[in-house]
Structures are given as structure tokens and as C-alpha cells.
Design a protein. Structure first.
Length: 390
């Protein structure tokens, strides 16, 4: 009888031991499963954090970044790239042609796959206002040499191109403006040296022409120095309260001779306004605008200066003539250096072509704005604003 009992006890013991070890194993298994899930969560969080840090890094770049996968689909772009092309939609998974419709860029991507790297490629965007981008592109390869995708970095060259064009135009215009009076001076001096100096009437006329052109050169140089100082911010303004009506009377008095030559009536319709500004620089503004109005106004016409106080703490002044006016397409460029609506007539009238540009820079240095309105045949009106004196 003892053996069956022992067998039953052993069996019960084995069953108990089995369940004990089974419970222990299940607890260990659950703990291991929990540890694995926790590790996976940490790994996923680390991956998310890494991607977020990567995106923050890419978005902090000033250059536009475009990353394509091996199928030429967009994998990643940064904020600068979207701003360059004014994109608001989701780009991931799309092709460049679907998003931008730029055949030149598509051809560049195909070229990179063959050449592996293309640097300093210039891309002109087909917009109304010219925009230029510099693109550096390279293929991305994995450890076994297989191409994984393409990375393109975009740098906006538009401002640089505009500055280069401005510099070229400036040099060309200055050269032209200097060449004309210098050629006249040289020609008349040579004529005088060849014997004309012994003829009093001729020599006096030639000397007056030489004097007039040297004055023109002096004005050009002074204006160039003025605009250079204004653009570089080297001009120090002596801000004070300036009474605008007496200032206008002074300018009218200075410019009365040329106005009388054309029988032009000068009208000061400014109310008692005070502006906060540098009186000497404001004299330049009023003098340039009134002088222009006299030059381009009609014979026996009127030049009027008026203004008003605005609600935003500024005063608005206008200078109006009743000449032929300015074409609409020229109004946006009228304040550019050396820009002339009618080049032949402008040079006949004299001047350096810098007066309105100087006006604009002085007004802007006073935190104001300058603009013009005109209708062909109905004269032109130039406006500018200044801070009102408290």
C-alpha cells in the first residue's frame, strides 16, 4: 500500500512544483514582456526625439533644403525651402514636378544621378519679378555604394543679383554723366588753345560754357557724396522743430530767378505746420522738389506747395506742378538714382539725376515716406511725410 501512496504524493508534488515553476515562469515572462515593451517605447521616443531635433536643425537653416528618396520622391524639406517657393501644402511623397513644375530642376536632379554632384548651379524662377537661386546638389549613397537619394541645398541670390545690377547701372550712369561735361570742357579748352582765346567774343562764350559744365560736375560730385553718405547711414541728423511755411518761403526766394524765366507763379499754401527734422536736410528736400517742378512745369504755370496734419502723428507735404505729367509706368521708378523719364529733355534742363533719390533717402532717414502721383497732361504731385513736432 505504501508504494501507491508514495506515487500519489510524488505526483501531487510534481504537480505543485510544476504550477509553482509555471507561475514563476509566467511572472518572469510578463516582466520580460513589460521590459521589452518599455524598451520599445523608449526606442520609439528616442527616434521621435531624434527626428524632431533633426527637423528643428533643418528648419533653423537659412538655406532651403530638399531631400529626395531613391525614387525621386520628396522625403524631407525644411521651412526655408517652403518659404522660397511659397508652399503651404504637404510635400512628402510627391515629385518635384508635381510640386514646382520646374523642368530645369528636374533636369538637375537627373544630372546629379549621373554626375553624383553638381555645385553652384543657378536657377532662374519664372516669375514677374526676377528671382535667382543657387543650387548645390549631391547624390546620397549607403555603405555598399547604392544610391539612397538626393540632397539639394538652395540659396537665394536675388538680392545679390539686384545689388550687382545696381552697381553696374550706377557705374555706367556716373560714367555717362561725367563724360558729357568733361567732353565739352575738353573740346572748348582745345579750341581756345588752338587760337580762339585771341578772339574776345568767342573766348568769353567758350569760357562761360566751360564754367557752366564745371558747375555741373561739381553738383554731380556733391550729390554723389550726399547720396553715398545717406545710403551708408553716415549722416548725423540735427533734429529740431522746423516751421515748414517759412522754410518754403525761403526756398521760393532762392528759386525765384528760374521761376521768373518761365513766368511760373510760386504758391505757398502750407498751413502753420511744424515737423521734427534736420532743417538743412529738409531744405534739400524742398529745394529739389520745387526746382524739379519749375524745370518740368509749363511756361506761365504754377508750382504749389501745400500740406496737412495726419492722425498718425505725421505731417504730409506735397509739391505740385501743372506740366506734362509722368507716365504711369515711370512712377514706380521715379525715385531711382539717375532714372529719367525723358532723358534728352532732362539733360537739357540740367541736374544730376540724383535729386529725387536724395529726397527719398532724406525723408526715409526721418522715418517718412515719399511717393508721386500723376496723370499725363495734368501735371505731377510729389508727396512726402515727416514726423510732426511735439
Amino acid at each position: 500500500m505504501i508504494w501507491p501512496i508514495l506515487a500519489i504524493v510524488a505526483l501531487v508534488g510534481a504537480i505543485v512544483i510544476h504550477f509553482v515553476w509555471r507561475g514563476k515562469f509566467q511572472r518572469q515572462h510578463r516582466q520580460l514582456q513589460s521590459d521589452i515593451e518599455d524598451f520599445q517605447r523608449r526606442q520609439q521616443q528616442t527616434s521621435v526625439d531624434a527626428k524632431a531635433q533633426q527637423q528643428v536643425l533643418f528648419n533653423s537653416m537659412l538655406e532651403g533644403l530638399l531631400l529626395l528618396d531613391r525614387n525621386r520622391k520628396i522625403y524631407l524639406v525644411n521651412r526655408a525651402f517652403k518659404n522660397l517657393f511659397d508652399l503651404k501644402i504637404e510635400l512628402r511623397g510627391k515629385t518635384v514636378m508635381e510640386v514646382l513644375r520646374l523642368h530645369e530642376l528636374q533636369e538637375l536632379i537627373e544630372r546629379v544621378e549621373t554626375e553624383k554632384q553638381v555645385l553652384d548651379y543657378e536657377l532662374k524662377l519664372p516669375e514677374l519679378n526676377e528671382r535667382w537661386l543657387q543650387v548645390n546638389a549631391a547624390a546620397i549613397f549607403n555603405s555598399v555604394g547604392e544610391r539612397e537619394g538626393t540632397i539639394l541645398v538652395f540659396h537665394d541670390l536675388t538680392r545679390l543679383r539686384q545689388l550687382e545690377r545696381t552697381r553696374e547701372e550706377f557705374v555706367a550712369n556716373v560714367s555717362h554723366e561725367l563724360r558729357t561735361p568733361l567732353s565739352l570742357i575738353k573740346g572748348y579748352v582745345e579750341t581756345l588753345l588752338d587760337g580762339a582765346r585771341h578772339q574776345p567774343e568767342i573766348s568769353e562764350r567758350f569760357l562761360k560754357i566751360i564754367e557752366r559744365n564745371t558747375q555741373r560736375l561739381d553738383l554731380l560730385i556733391q550729390d554723389l557724396l550726399t547720396i553715398s553718405a545717406l545710403e551708408s547711414g553716415q549722416v548725423k541728423l540735427n533734429i529740431q522743430a522746423v516751421e515748414l511755411r517759412p522754410l518754403t518761403d525761403k526756398i521760393f526766394s532762392d528759386l525765384k530767378p528760374p521761376a521768373d524765366n518761365k513766368n511760373i507763379t510760386l504758391l505757398n499754401q502750407l498751413p502753420d505746420l511744424k515737423a521734427s527734422g534736420d532743417i538743412h536736410r529738409l531744405e534739400q528736400v524742398f529745394a529739389n522738389l520745387v526746382d524739379n517742378a519749375i524745370k518740368y512745369g509749363r511756361v506761365q504755370g504754377h508750382v504749389t506747395v501745400g500740406g496737412r496734419s495726419l492722425d498718425n502723428g505725421k505731417v504730409e507735404i506735397f509739391v505740385q506742378d501743372d506740366g506734362p505729367g509722368i507716365p504711369a509706368e515711370a512712377l514706380d521708378r521715379i525715385f531711382e538714382r539717375f532714372y529719367r523719364v525723358d532723358k534728352a529733355r532732362s539733360r537739357d534742363q540740367g541736374g544730376t539725376g540724383l535729386g529725387l533719390s536724395i529726397v527719398k533717402h532724406i525723408v526715409q532717414s526721418h522715418n517718412g515716406e515719399a511717393w508721386a502721383k500723376s496723370e499725363p497732361g495734368k501735371g505731377a504731385t510729389f508727396f512726402f511725410t515727416l514726423p510732426q513736432a511735439k
